[in-house]
Ligand binder design. Sequence first.
Ligand code: ZN
Length: 100
Amino acid sequence: MDTCPTCKKSSKLGWRKATMSPLAPMPCESCDAELSVTWKAYLFSALPASILFLAAYLFLEESSVEQYGAFAVSIVVMVLCQLYLMPIVEVEKKTTAGKS
Ligand SMILES: [Zn+2]
């Protein structure tokens, strides 16, 4: 689930992968490659939890135990989706070659 696309070893990100986003890349523990996720994968993995969260907000009684429970579940779903559904990609190194 956290295999590095560069060195094909475990990036050892583990739970930290759940906090990864296109705006917050993390280095691979095995080869130091800068790893990130695409916006498409990030948004896709956040979608089920977002729907669940919204449904709980709209359809469950406000401030009820059920609603808090559903919010907690949606956070768990979010973390699990990010851990298992989100493919890791290497950050493209921005070369400053440009014009010369
Ligand atoms: Zn690596």
